[in-house]
Design a protein around this ligand. Structure first.
Ligand code: CTP
Length: 469
């Protein structure tokens, strides 16, 4: 195979000239070659030099001069050359061997073949020559090009050795399958199942990085099902696995909340690439197992799962080393409010209900509506149509009320300061009571979101409550 026509970046000819002048072999390797062949957008360019990658990068940067940046990562034995928007990482060809109890391989210099031998999957073990006489020629020791054709993830060596050496590769296999819509070859799949326990020696940051990539893939359920079926999911995310299964009592069952959740995640992924909204979909029903009750009349209930779920979010984020910042707060808010539009859509949609939702949700109301629409997974087409129509109604009402009342970024028209000044009050309980009373009056639609009306209301309320200055 030759991929010369795909190697258009002008920087390649500079590498060719320098490698030939120095008598060095230079190859494009890894994900870059794979993605070129797949015609996917490419990201990092990795170049393998038989010899020292750092020395080669230094001389290349020296030759290019000007605005070329060179960063050397001595500990990794790599160097990054950056010129304009192109960044290329250089590494020397290496041979790796692993010790069973350590994730740190013993690294020695090696040949091109040694280097390809140590790589995770056949589709990632391709090297394209950058030397002039062989420019674009692909070395493919394990049938990687054919596997790309067959849409197949396969380890080049014994799967038990590959996965035991670097257990994160089990998640990488699943991530690639999910990202690329590939199948994992049977031997490789069985290797993951056999070695799944080894995932526990991998750092949480690396695990979560792969989990996020799976979640950002076009159809995340594919990856999550593979994680579940291989046994990895129960080791890295037991709370999600608890959602699986259906219990039946007196002939009454409930839906399988694990597969429902995956369906919601797939639904939302057709609407948004936002990682945090996708996380909200993963976690929206997370407290269903903890709140599940059986009632002879109404069957299974999950009362309060939205509140309990939102309270579980920080613990889950901490365990998964996800950020404990406003992203987490956003996910909490989505989980907490995910039933509200449904409640609104069920009854006559009232202005005050809509105002309250806008007040509680603020800027994130559109995200919440996307989550709620994704949450409809009924097989009954009639029901789906009806729900979606109701949500359309809620959306219309939201727009309508918002344009009239401007609740979305609600700032009280009368502040605590103003209350104290007008009534000549000291800071204290009364000020708080009046503030809440004004807010409630606006949300209930008794008065408009307007300063004059709020002041008038405040004065009469103060009188009614006997608040004296
Ligand atoms: N690699 C490996 N084992 C790992 C990680 C990486 O063998 N645990 C090798 C693979 O050959 C891979 C290359 O290193 O193609 C580069 O790794 P990385 O940049 O992490 O992944 P890519 O394959 O480039 O894919 P992506 O950029 O989509 O993560």
């Amino acid at each position: 195979m030759n991929i010369k026509p795909l190697l258009q970046d002008p920087i390649f000819s500079k590498i060719t000239a320098l490698a030939d002048a120095q008598g060095k072999e230079a190859y494009l390797v890894g994900g870059y070659v794979r993605d070129l062949i797949l015609r996917r957008p490419t990201k990092d360019i990795d170049v393998m030099i038989v010899g020292s990658g750092i020395e080669f990068a230094k001389s290349l940067a020296g030759e290019m001069g000007g605005k070329t940046n060179l960063v050397i990562y001595k500990n990794f034995g790599t160097a990054l050359v950056q010129s304009g928007s192109t960044a290329i990482e250089f590494v020397g060809a290496r041979k790796e061997s692993y010790d069973r109890d350590s994730r740190k391989p013993v690294v020695e210099n090696g040949t091109k073949e040694d280097d390809l031998q140590r790589r995770d999957f056949t589709i990632n073990a391709l090297a394209a020559s950058l030397n002039a006489t062989t420019f674009g020629e692909v070395t493919d020791m394990f049938g990687g090009a054919a596997d790309i054709d067959k849409k197949c993830i396969r380890v080049p060596n014994d799967p038990d050795v590959t996965f035991s050496d670097d257990p994160l590769r089990m998640m990488r296999a699943i991530r690639f399958a999910s990202q690329l819509n590939f199948r994992i070859e049977d031997g490789t799949y069985d290797g993951i199942t056999r070695n799944c326990e080894r995932i526990t020696i991998v750092s949480q940051e690396r695990i979560t990085d792969e989990l996020n990539k799976i979640l950002l893939s076009p159809k995340p359920s594919a990856g999550f099902k593979l994680l579940f079926n291989t046994g990895i999911l129960s080791l890295i995310f037991p709370n999600l696995v608890k959602l699986e299964g259906v219990e039946t009592r007196n002939g009454k069952g409930h839906k399988d909340n694990f597969y429902h959740t995956l369906q919601v995640v797939d639904n939302i992924s057709t609407k948004t690439n936002d990682l945090w909204l996708r996380w909200a979909a993963v976690l929206h029903d997370i407290a269903k197992p903890a709140t599940k009750r059986f009632n002879n009349k109404s069957g299974w209930t999950f009362h309060g799962h939205e509140l309990k779920g939102s309270k579980m979010v920080p613990g889950i984020f901490r365990e998964l080393r996800l950020p404990l910042n406003e992203k987490m707060k956003f996910v909490q808010k989505m989980v907490l409010l995910h039933l509200r539009p449904i409640a609104l859509a069920k009854e006559e949609v009232t202005d005050s209900g809509v105002r309250r939702l806008l007040f509680d949700c603020g800027e994130d109301v559109e995200s919440l509506m996307i989550l709620c629409e994704a949450d409809i997974t009924s097989k009954n087409e009639y029901k789906v149509k009806k729900f979606l129509k109701n949500f359309e109604n809620v959306r219309r009402k939201l727009k309508d009320v918002e344009s009239r009342d401007k609740i979305r970024n609600w700032q009280p028209p009368v502040t605590g300061e103003m209350i104290m000044q007008t009534l000549n009050l000291r800071p204290g309980r009364e000020v708080g009571i009046l503030k809440v009373a004004i807010r409630e009056a606006i949300l209930n639609g008794e008065i408009e979101n307007d300063k004059d009306q709020a002041v008038k209301f405040m004065l009469s309320k103060a009188k009614e409550l006997g608040i004296k200055s």
